[in-house]
Design a protein around this ligand. Structure first.
Ligand code: SF4
Length: 402
């Protein structure tokens, strides 16, 4: 394990250094799209405070990032080119740049979705599910887009166009999600501690796994993903509380309880485990072959770290089955992986977690030793006696207090 830790650490350092040296952030030239947001309007050059383009027709165009740079989606700001008319109504909109995960935001990028902003007044509330359509599984990004448009257009209207702004600030509507996640995390961690004390409570874990599929997977659609980690490495933080809670709680849990996240909170792990419990005879994989293949996930994590950090494109690291499954969106390659990742559990317990999952590799590398885990015949990870702690998902079936 020490060799693997060293391999990943060197890979990360080399990629970060290489990334800063080789990566060139391409800046989108917004002036190329002025004609798209305001056809047949002739603009002056960009200028003023906040920076904007003006025209004799009274239409003002601007890049929202110049006006409200602090609003962030899941992976940084969403930069939008907007055009406002004399009455303070939006007459043109185009998303210039974003770093959100395409699986979640593909609907938000469609022209038919963006069309709902046209004709809106700066005094409108721009509230999700009120006057702006929400998109389940992309609430953080959609909220950031609406807030960016509302804040920047009001700022330009009052400071550049001299229009009085009367609209109220939008109400915070998504607090419930991070609070629910935190409550679920607390409940699961409490159950984890109780099952360490006595086998009698092991059934509680099944209830936690069912809730993780329903809550983390299907409703929040926010499983912890290696993309969170890449966004942190690339300094693309979100201002969303749910993002912060998921990242902070998972990373803290790794320090305290190793792969607790994999064994209790990961919805794809839960699906895999339930399928693995179906009465199909499991393949008897020799220990030395199994051990060798388990290293594959570390190699894959190292490879995608190099590719993502050097290219700066988080989407290149997106081969995670849970992102595709719970966003209900992916390409042929990722859907094939989902099908393989699910069906393989019939023959090999927790196939994806054992051999391929990048989150398993990351949490495994940072798992601290605990002699209490001895493994037993029904280990959901198919561990042999005296398992490596990096392969234990802390289901606590075999935990022995010393
Ligand atoms: S080693 Fe023990 S605690 Fe770890 S996954 Fe296997 S049975 Fe569960």
């Amino acid at each position: 394990m020490n060799k693997i830790r060293l391999f990943l650490l060197i890979t990360l350092c080399v990629s970060v250094l290489g990334g800063y040296g080789l990566r060139k952030e391409k800046k989108v030239d917004e002036s190329l799209f002025l004609n798209e947001v305001a056809p047949n309007v002739e603009f002056t050059g960009k200028g003023g405070i906040p920076p904007h383009y003006s025209s004799k027709e009274g239409i003002v165009a601007f890049n929202t990032y110049d006006v409200a740079p602090s609003i962030r989606g899941y992976a940084g700001p969403i930069k939008v080119l907007l055009a406002l008319n004399r009455e303070g109504r939006i007459t043109g909109i185009r998303i210039l740049e974003h770093k959100e995960t395409p699986n979640y935001v593909h609907q938000m990028l469609k022209p038919e979705y963006l069309r709902q902003f046209l004709g809106k007044s700066i005094n409108d509330p721009f509230e999700i599910d009120k006057d702006i359509d929400g998109i389940s599984r992309a609430t953080v990004s959609v909220k950031a887009l609406a807030e960016t448009v509302r804040k920047s257009s009001r700022e330009i209207a009052s400071r550049v166009m001299g229009i009085e702004v009367r609209g109220e600030e939008a109400r915070e509507t998504h607090n419930l999600k991070w609070i629910l996640y935190l409550v679920f995390f607390g409940f699961s961690f409490g159950a984890y501690l109780i099952t360490k004390k006595s086998e009698r409570y092991l059934r509680v874990r099944d209830a936690v796994l069912v809730i993780s599929i329903l809550l983390v997977g299907l409703w929040l659609s926010s499983p912890f993903s290696i993309l969170h980690v890449f966004n942190i490495v690339l300094m693309r933080f979100s201002t969303d509380m749910l993002w912060f809670v998921i990242v902070a709680s998972t990373l803290l849990s790794v320090i305290v309880a190793g792969r607790f996240y994999c064994g209790w909170l990961c919805p794809f792990g839960a699906v895999s485990e339930f399928i693995g419990r179906m009465p199909f005879k499991k393949w008897d994989i020799p220990a030395h072959v199994d051990d060798k293949w388990r290293n594959l996930k570390y190699i894959l994590l190292g490879l995608i770290t190099v590719v993502v950090v050097i290219s700066g494109r988080v989407g290149f690291g997106n081969y995670e089955t849970y992102v595709t499954l719970f966003s209900f969106h992916g390409n042929v390659f990722t859907w094939v992986l989902v099908v393989i990742g699910i069906l393989a559990n019939l023959r090999v317990e927790r196939f994806w977690c054992r051999y391929l999952c990048p989150v398993a590799a990351l949490t495994g590398v940072f798992s601290r030793k605990d002699q209490g885990y001895v493994s037993r015949y029904d280990c959901p990870m198919g561990n042999k006696p005296v398992p490596l702690i990096s392969e234990c998902i802390r289901c606590n079936r075999c935990y022995r207090k010393s």
